[in-house]
Design a protein around this ligand. Structure first.
Ligand code: HPA
Ligand code: ZN
Length: 411
């Protein structure tokens, strides 16, 4: 009911008819008596509506306050694929520049994204198509530079960036051309935006062990420019971490940090995580959220301080970001788990700020909780302790300026 309709009901014509036939004093008093409930209801409604309005304003303020807080938060990204950052417009631009008969409009790219089947292999179907547009050194330069500009807009101050050499060299693109494009792009973008980006070269797990060794050979001359060796692509089942045990062993000897993908809900995920801990000796675990299914594994990850790079991404058709319950279970058990955007051009979650906002809204995590998940990312950096501490101090200062108790963050 609106206040206007209450007012109409309070008019004299709405009162009992005998009111009009009595004397002036009696009439006033009867009018007052008759009107009293209407006035009381009007006041009650007025205060009720005013409180609703105030609550809405407060809720809106707190949603906006959280969004502002998450946008301004200094961030680290540890799970981000160069090949998953090409926007529809960039794909079309590169396609036209290279004279390829491929995606010719952004709408075609969007359609391909929308049509992909669910699950890892469905995702990869589109991912392979879009990465294949990159051919020249300039393409890799542009992709890297544009990505780092986006990272800067998201207040990402540090990123480890995956790239997939075999996906490009297998198409006839020389390793050196690809690498120079990426490396020059990150150098120029660092000078312009001040974002530090280290590179993680990934084994495509469906390819042969010999091909992975060949990639290590090709990277030999630029070994000091690549921080780690990872493993991605798929299918994962049938291509477990142990398949590349010798490749990882050599990479370790050559001084690479080691990580690898354990996509969520693929067959034998938990078994693969154990392999990566006990046989490969990985330094981080990418995804790995199925660990929450195995209490012994959860305890072991917490005991070792092993960090998982979670990626609660969301496709357009998903109601909310994936894996929130698993992330909560691992975080509650004291496992270091961070939030990452993975392939921001290929998920509706997009870049990190937006992903954090969607994750927070769905999880109702507090500002301290969100800060802890970001602290985990900084804590997992492959840097010297004092370099790491400098990053953590930037986050801590931001948290304290936002009235956050740091003890709650590092609880
Ligand atoms: N999993 C496996 N391969 C990938 C991914 C991923 O999350 N992103 C890009 N390639
Ligand atoms: Zn990934």
């Amino acid at each position: 009911m609106s206040l206007a309709s209450v007012g109409t009901n309070c008019s004299a014509s709405a009162l009992p008819s005998d009111v009009l036939t009595t004397g002036i004093y009696g009439m006033k008093s009867r009018l007052r008596k008759a009107a009293t409930p209407y006035i009381a209801v009007s006041f009650a409604l007025f205060f009720f509506l005013a409180e609703c309005l105030a609550q809405n304003v407060r809720a809106h303020d707190s949603v906006e306050g959280m969004r502002t807080f998450l946008a301004g938060m200094p961030k680290a990204e540890l799970h981000l694929h160069l090949e998953g950052t090409l926007s529809a417009e960039t794909i079309v631009e590169i396609t036209n520049r290279n004279g390829i008969d491929y995606f010719t409009t952004a709408a075609e790219v969007e359609q391909s994204l929308a049509d992909r089947p669910p699950g890892l292999m469905g995702f990869l179907e589109h991912h392979f198509k879009s990465q294949n547009v990159m051919q020249t050194r300039q393409d890799f330069y542009d992709a890297t530079y544009n990505l780092i500009e986006k990272l800067h807009e998201n207040n990402v101050i540090y990123a480890d960036l995956f790239f997939d050499p075999q996906a490009h060299t297998s198409r006839g693109i020389p390793f050196d051309e690809m690498f120079k494009g990426i490396d020059d792009g990150r150098r120029d973008a660092r000078a312009k935006f001040g974002v530090t980006v280290n590179l993680i070269m990934c084994i495509n797990r469906e390819r042969s062990v010999a091909s992975a060794f060949e990639m290590l050979d090709q990277a030999h001359a630029v070994r000091d420019k690549i921080i780690g060796l990872g493993m991605d692509s798929g299918p994962e089942y049938g291509n477990p971490p142990v398949k590349f045990r010798d490749v990882y062993a050599r990479a370790r000897e050559e001084g690479y940090f080691l990580t690898g993908h354990h996509d969520v809900d693929v067959r034998d995920s938990v078994k693969h995580i154990w392999q990566s801990l006990d046989i490969i000796g990985m330094d981080r675990i990418d995804h790995g959220l199925n660990a929450s299914d195995d209490p012994k594994l959860v305890a072991e990850l917490a005991r070792r301080g092993m960090c998982l790079t979670g990626s609660p991404v969301k496709r357009a058709s998903d109601p909310e970001p994936q894996d929130i319950d698993r992330i909560r279970a691992l975080d509650d058990a004291g496992v270091c788990v961070s939030l990452n955007s993975d392939d921001p051009a290929e998920f509706e979650t997009g870049y990190l700020t937006n992903m954090l906002v969607l994750f927070q809204q769905a999880s109702e995590y507090t500002k301290s909780d969100m800060t802890r998940l970001m602290f985990n990312a900084f804590d997992a950096l492959w840097l010297l302790q004092d370099e790491k501490d400098e990053y953590v101090d930037v986050l801590k200062e931001y948290a304290v300026n936002n009235d956050i108790d740091w003890n709650e963050v590092t609880r």
